[in-house]
Design a protein around this ligand. Structure first.
Ligand SMILES: [Cu+2]
Length: 221
């Protein structure tokens, strides 16, 4: 199978990718069919001396068929994707690992709640554009925005969610492989949009513990 998506390190990535490829092959096949027929008909029915144009009402049977088939495909696709959608967007698993990500023109403010596990207290620790998480851990992200609509996009985690001013939106992911992965903004949010890049560091538990001990606990007030 053709593979050109970024490396998938998400627990729900496989489901997203198989839906993506299914839709990709259906639309790809439709595109080829329509294009080939169009070129074929252009050649077959081109202007010729002595050939008269015919008047056509259309063909009701054909029209019913080519309306019902795509409609049925759409209905089947929605039923197939609804459980994945619910898993990714509706029912975030419980976890003791929560962070706050706030988008603004033009960076990502990342807040760790500190030892008391509460946001908005004096032991919160803030970073710009960098997120550190341990591997194989459910990470709950409280997503917000300070100015315009941004979009929190982790291609390798197969996660994308708009950050909307005035709303606190919960998303989650669980990374399956340590590494450094891109965080991008995928809503055109202003002049510096393309530079709105951050990095997600997925650490081994030991690496993460070391980083947390250094950066999260011993922070002077
Ligand atoms: Cu943005």
């Amino acid at each position: 199978m053709l593979r050109w998506l970024p490396v998938d390190v998400s627990t729900f990535g496989r489901e997203i990718d198989s839906l993506f490829y299914l839709i990709y092959y259906i639309t790809g096949a439709t595109f080829i069919l329509v294009t080939v027929l169009m070129i074929l008909f252009l050649v077959i029915y081109r202007q010729k001396d002595g050939r008269r144009a015919t008047y056509s009402h259309g063909n009701t049977t054909l029209e019913i068929i080519w309306t019902i088939i795509p409609a049925a495909i759409l209905v089947v696709l929605s039923f197939m994707s609804v459980s994945t959608w619910a898993k990714v967007k509706r029912f975030a698993p419980e976890s003791d690992f929560e962070i706050q990500v706030t988008a603004k023109q033009f960076n990502w403010e990342v807040v760790y709640p500190g030892a008391d596990r509460k946001f908005g207290t004096s032991d919160d620790v803030q970073f710009d554009n960098d997120i550190h998480v341990p591997v194989n851990k459910v990470v709950r992200v409280h997503l917000g925005s300070k100015d315009v609509i941004h979009s929190f996009f982790l291609p390798n985690l197969r996660l994308r969610q708009d950050a909307v001013p005035g709303r606190n939106i919960l998303v989650w992911f669980e990374a399956t492989k340590p590494g450094k992965y891109e965080i991008a903004c995928s809503q055109l949010c202003g002049f510096g949009h393309s530079g709105m890049i951050g990095w997600l560091y997925v650490d081994t538990p030991e690496e993460y513990a070391k980083w947390a001990a250094e950066k999260l606990s011993a922070k002077p007030q």
